[in-house]
Design a protein. Structure first.
Length: 247
C-alpha cells in the first residue's frame, strides 16, 4: 500500500517531519511518500494562505499521484479537501477531518490545540463545515505558529501541554487533538501530561487512509464527489491541466 502525503505548505522540512511521523505509525508494508507545495506560504497562517494552498494541493496531487493507493492532505485545516476528493481517483483523507472524526468518537466533546492565533476562527469554521460544531469544546492556540514550533519544538512542549490540559480541565474536552503539520510527532512527547486522550493528527490521518485503501471503495460515479466534466483551463501546470481536461 502506498500513501501520498501532500503538504501544501512550501517548506520541505515540514514535509520531512510529516513523512517521518507517518512512517512511525504506518502498518508494515505501507509505503509513505511526501509531496511539498510548489508555491504559496512557507507555513499557512491565514485564510489567504489557505486559499492558495488549496490550489497547491491539487497541483501536487496531479504531479505525484501515480501509484498512490490513498492520499492524505497533510495540512491541519485541510485546504482544498473537497476539491481534492472530487479530483482524485484514490480515497482522500484530510488530516483535520480524520482527527476530528476520531476525537468525536472518544467522548462527548473534543478540543483542538495548535499554533498561531488566527487558526482559532479558521478551525471553528472548519469543524462546523464537517458537521461537528456541537462536539467542539474549544480551539486553543499558542502564540508560536506551527512553523515556529517545527523549528524549535522543545521550546513549545510546555506551552502545548498546558494548553491541552486547560482544554480538559477548564473547557470539558473528553479528547484533545494536537493539530498541525509543524507539530508532527509531538503528541507522544506530551501525552503523559494531558489527563484525556491526546489525538496525533498525523497518526489519525494515516490510519484512516490505510483503512480506506484496504476497503477499496472505488471512485464515486455520481454525486458531488464524482469526477467533474472536462474543464478547459489557462495557466495551470501541465499535469493539473491534463487531469482537469481528462486527457
Amino acid at each position: 500500500m502506498r500513501i501520498l502525503m501532500i503538504n501544501p505548505n512550501t517548506s520541505p522540512g515540514i514535509t520531512d517531519k510529516v513523512v517521518i511521523a507517518a512512517r512511525g505509525v504506518a502498518s508494515p508494508g505501507t509505503e509513505i511518500a511526501g509531496a511539498t507545495g510548489r508555491f504559496g506560504a512557507r507555513y499557512i497562517t491565514s485564510r489567504a494562505g489557505a486559499a492558495i494552498a488549496a490550489h497547491a494541493a491539487l497541483d501536487a496531487y496531479a504531479e505525484h499521484q501515480d501509484n498512490a493507493d490513498a492520499v492524505v492532505l497533510a495540512c491541519f485545516g485541510d485546504p482544498g479537501l473537497g476539491a481534492l476528493k472530487e479530483l482524485a481517483a484514490q480515497p482522500v483523507v484530510g488530516m483535520a477531518e480524520a482527527s476530528c472524526l476520531l476525537a468525536a468518537a472518544l467522548g462527548r466533546r473534543f478540543a483542538i490545540v495548535t499554533g498561531g492565533a488566527r487558526w482559532q476562527p479558521m478551525l471553528e469554521e472548519f469543524v462546523a463545515s464537517i458537521g461537528l460544531a456541537d462536539k467542539l469544546a474549544r480551539v486553543e492556540t499558542v502564540a508560536p505558529s506551527g512553523g515556529d514550533i517545527a523549528r524549535d519544538p522543545d521550546a513549545a512542549l510546555a506551552l502545548l501541554a498546558d494548553a491541552a490540559k486547560r482544554c480538559a480541565t477548564d473547557h470539558g474536552a473528553d479528547a484533545v487533538i494536537l493539530g498541525g503539520a509543524g507539530l508532527a510527532g509531538l503528541a507522544q512527547r506530551i501525552a503523559e501530561h494531558v489527563p484525556v486522550p491526546l489525538v496525533d493528527c498525523v497518526a489519525a490521518a494515516v490510519k484512516a487512509a490505510e483503512a480506506l485503501a484496504a476497503l477499496d471503495p472505488g471512485k464515486a460515479r455520481a454525486g458531488s464527489y464524482s469526477s467533474p466534466g472536462a474543464t478547459e483551463t489557462v495557466g495551470l501546470a501541465s499535469a493539473l491541466g491534463r487531469i482537469l481536461a481528462h486527457e
